[in-house]
Write a new protein. Structure first.
Lengths: 329, 326
């Protein structure tokens, strides 16, 4: 079975990647600051601090610490957050749904806007809409997320008062135990709008331009000319013959971007006080909560690996010349 | 009345360096069931002529003059929608490279059924039945299975057979084949060509065969048009043009055929190369490469001289035809 072999190969690669990520993540912890300063008050004497460091194993040689960490990690224990006094993974699991809401919201906006606009720009490159979209995308890609976010808050929350400026709202719906989403209530969605737009703003120009340039290239291909020569309707030529071929590279890039989007949530969540992973990470950094920081790095790394694998699987569904899943011949 | 009557066709490409004329006042006709060859080197305007008939010249090219009468209507005057009803229905096209012609992400079946459904009010089952019949006609083994195949699962020869089957789907009156065998393996070229010839005969469909290969033209077509730098330089019955070529360019093309030389000898070739559209010489465009050139060749463009049915664009057409030329 080709699919099993593929997954096993991917799994081995993933283990290697995760090992490297954990090593890098773990080795930066000494450069983040002194966790003791945040853990204990000013009144604690230097001798007591040293004793505490010893007890926590912070004075052990690096390799010994890393080995202990790795042993725990494979058992699903990424350490206990200094600040929350709970396992780091539990803290991340609490914050994860909020970030997923935000990423899904942004992804919906990206797909709904970039696909039609990118196609239009390729089909009618000289129309005013295409020129405007191209111009706007230059501006869009140059404005940092936090600036867009602040501008959105200023306009829609402060001036117009249409949308809330922070948080997820009060009416979250628990779809599975421990997983709440804001997508099922009007209030939840209203809280999602501005953060999602802000997060999508950095990726929209990229996707519009990517879809446009890929589609323009595809439209020059012989098989498109042939499709016209067969007398097919423009709709079918553009949205089946051309678009399906355009999708392949877009999926590849898109998959990587989903991972990147997770990283960008740090900025968006901070501006909107969004109780997700990114916000948590920034707080963990200021509190020198090293176990939580390392756990975050590892979880995000894992998400990258998983999304890339899923993207490769989807790719085979769209592109018949790449068959991981046993081909009917 | 001929099936297709192209008159004074002029195709222009506006560019930054000025307007380039890819076809100058080109005339030719195709009768019902007739097979016409269009011959010339790369850049002569063969493909432009083919795409012009279907009004599919890539931007910024445009038909700047002339008419293309097909089944009583002028194709240059049709609306986009009317033109679409002609393309792929009354006139089919076969492209050069079957590797690039079929859409890589759609099955053969999809690409066949969509062609029929674009022109006929029929259901999927009926369309598939016709598709299977046509695939059988082009001698593709187990056609039902092939409908589910993707293009990359077929060889180049098989793909070109599929393209021929698609061309025949709607029982067109005319097929335009743009170098249909150039991209194929030499061993398969003859096979595909004779298949096309047979099918054109049995279906009574007209054919415009675009090629640089005069040997193929002489086997397949009844009449031939030789293009040079966007102009017709010689046209007439294929047998006559091939046996008694008049224009020095046609003579050169024929002399360059490998079969004509003695084994081991250097192949003949026409010296120089086709001028780019930006630098077509004054007078007869062939004059810098011509072995029979005279001063007057550089002054004015020769007219097409009619030697009872065999027309030649050369000031010395009569001398050359009677063998007087030195």
């Amino acid at each position: 079975m080709a699919i099993v072999a593929f997954l096993i190969k991917r799994l081995l690669q993933a283990v290697l990647v995760m090992f490297v990520i954990s090593l890098i993540g773990f080795s930066i912890q000494d450069n983040l600051g002194d966790p003791l300063r945040e853990l204990v008050g000013q009144a604690v004497s230097e001798a007591e601090r040293e004793a505490l460091r010893d007890r926590m194993g912070l004075n052990d040689p690096f390799l010994e610490q890393y080995w202990r960490f790795l042993g725990n990690a494979v058992q699903g224990d990424l350490g206990v957050s200094y600040h929350f006094k709970r396992p780091a993974l539990d803290v991340i699991a609490d914050k994860f749904p909020a970030t997923v809401d935000l990423v899904i919201g942004a992804a919906i906006i990206i797909v709904l806007v970039s696909v039609p606009l990118g196609c239009w720009c390729a089909i009618q490159p000289r129309s005013w809409l295409s020129q405007a979209a191209m111009g706007a995308s230059i501006v869009g890609i140059s404005i940092p997320v936090f600036l867009t976010a602040i501008f959105l808050i200023y306009l829609f929350s402060v001036n117009l008062g249409w949308l809330p400026s922070f948080g997820r709202g009060e009416s979250l719906v628990e779809i599975v135990p421990g997983w709440k989403t804001g997508f099922l209530t009007g209030e939840g969605i209203s809280h999602l709008v501005l953060p999602s737009i802000a997060l999508s703003s950095i990726f929209l120009p990229l996707f519009i331009r990517l879809i446009r340039s890929e589609m323009m290239e595809v439209l020059e291909q012989d098989y498109i000319r042939y499709a016209w020569a067969k007398g097919l309707a423009p709709r079918r030529v553009w949205f089946l013959h051309a678009f399906k071929n355009t999708l392949l590279p877009v999926i590849t890039v898109g998959g990587v971007q989903i991972g990147l989007m997770l990283a960008y949530t740090i900025l968006t969540e901070t501006v909107f006080q969004w109780p997700g992973l990114g916000f948590m990470f920034i707080e963990a950094v200021t509190r020198v909560d090293t176990p939580l920081i390392i756990a975050y790095i590892i979880v995000v790394g894992l998400i990258f690996v998983v999304t890339n694998t899923v993207v490769d699987l989807i790719y085979t569904l769209v592109n018949p010349t790449v068959r991981l899943v046993g081909a009917p011949s | 009345m001929p099936l297709l009557d192209v008159r004074d066709l002029r195709v222009e490409f506006p560019t930054r360096q000025g307007v380039l004329t890819a076809l100058h006042d080109v005339d030719f006709t195709v009768d019902r069931g007739e097979r016409l060859g269009i011959v010339g080197e790369s850049g002569a305007g063969k493909s432009v002529a083919a795409f012009a008939i279907l009004n599919l010249i890539g931007r910024p090219g445009r038909i700047a003059g002339g008419s293309i009468l097909f089944e009583g209507q002028d194709l240059t005057r049709l609306s986009t929608h009317q033109m679409r009803r002609v393309r792929g229905d009354r006139i089919s096209m076969i492209f050069q490279d079957p590797m690039m012609t079929l859409n890589p992400v759609l099955t053969i079946g999809t690409q066949m059924v969509e062609t029929l459904k674009a022109h006929r009010r029929i259901g999927d089952a009926e369309a598939r039945r016709i598709a299977i019949t046509r695939l059988g006609e082009v001698k593709i083994p187990s056609p039902e299975k092939r409908l589910e195949s993707y293009p990359h699962e077929l060889s180049g020869g098989m793909r070109q057979r599929v393209v021929i089957a698609i061309a025949l789907l709607t029982e067109p009156a005319l097929i335009i084949a743009d170098e249909p065998t150039t991209a194929l393996d030499v061993t398969i070229q003859a096979e595909i060509m004779s298949l096309m010839l047979d099918l054109c005969k049995t279906h009574g469909v007209g054919l415009i065969l675009i090629t640089h290969d005069l040997a193929v033209v002489s086997q397949v077509t009844q009449r031939v048009v030789v293009l040079y730098a966007g102009r017709v330089v010689e046209t007439g019955e294929t047998a006559r043009v091939v046996q008694d070529p008049v224009h020095p360019y046609t003579r050169g093309l024929l002399a360059a055929l490998p079969g004509e030389g003695t084994p081991g000898a250097r192949l003949n070739q026409i010296r120089g190369s086709m001028p780019p559209l930006t630098a077509v010489p004054e007078g007869c465009p062939f004059n810098p490469r011509c072995d029979f050139v005279e001063d007057r060749c550089r002054d004015a463009l020769p007219a097409l001289e009619d030697l009872d049915g065999h027309r030649v664009r050369c000031v010395r057409a009569r001398d050359l035809a009677s063998g007087v030329a030195a």
